[in-house]
Design a protein around this ligand. Sequence first.
Ligand SMILES: *Cc1c(COP(=O)(O)O)cnc(C)c1O
Length: 371
Amino acid sequence: MAQQLPPIPISNVDVGQEEIDGVTEVLRSGMLAQGPRVAELEAAFAELHGVAHAVAVNNGTTALVAAMQALDVRPGDEVIVPPFSFIATLNAILEAGGRARFADIGPDYNLDPAAIEPLVNERTKVILPVHLYGLMADMAPIMEVAFRHGVAVVEDAAQSVGATCGGRAAGSFGVGTFSLYGTKNVTCGEGGMITTGDAAIADRLRLLRNQGMRARYQYEIAGHNYRLTDLQAAIVLPQLRRLKTIKEARQANAAALSAGLAGVPGLLVPPVPADREHVWHQYTVRVTPDAVLDRDALSARLTEAGVGNGFYYPRLMHDYDCYRDHPLVAQHSTPFAAQVAGEVISLPVHPGVSASDVDRIVEAVRTALAA
Ligand SMILES: *Cc1c(COP(=O)(O)O)cnc(C)c1O
């Protein structure tokens, strides 16, 4: 009998001695809260994304909430967003007091620029594309619609640190929000980042993050505590320095998976538009109706074969009872997103996936989907 190989996980955390040394140094410094390491991280993050300002916060959800607060989203203001994302995108809109309107996605899994305009009205305040799986949305036409209607853009780049579109980085078009959660490409367990080219917005974000305080006990707006700690920044800094290597490892694995899985009947490998650099937070295929198995059955077969997999995301964000009659959730028909949510399955692509792991993944998928 063939020896059972250990399962290939869908995600893994890769931290080493540099992270350990960085955290130890912060612990010894006696300054554990927001301090010089956070400032250093903000500078590195801003440079990497080609923006003037980066503001660190405690997670990717608060990054979205703070971005909308900084843009002065008020009750009744509408936010146009794709329905196919992690639930944080919707929850952040509601937390900020906005009303969500859903525009359909395209074959790149991202907001379809052509679906935005029919939803724009006098209450529209923000267009919120999500750069899903590490691939940026098609930003040029999105920015064009936003500009024409005088609407702000917030990019949910939680999954797309270091991705580009037309040579420009995620988070450099509108106000960008990032997550440093445990499964993201760069992580400190929990953390977030906001990018902007606008000094006034950056200033407002820094106030919102710290109780609305300009200088000690000088409060200018009603704020919150959204701060990140130096302990966390010390974990992220070495990973940012390694980002090119991390990206290249993911890109090599994705290319090998797509080569190995080409031509499997009923399977669509993820598209990579020519003008965009994909950073492969997830490698996500679609199992179409002409496949011999459906998505759920394929998942079971892969799990049996020791190939980690996941559904990101099995249902549209608002397709849950708690949002069904929510006054701030406008129900629209987004047929393509609904179809895709039933077809997607993600396969391991992270830097811990070796060349022989790729062979195992390809073999397992091909065996399960063989006619
Ligand atoms: C992870 C994620 C978030 C939220 O980030 P947290 O740090 O977990 O709060 C928001 N949007 C998307 C698309 C995400 O993947």
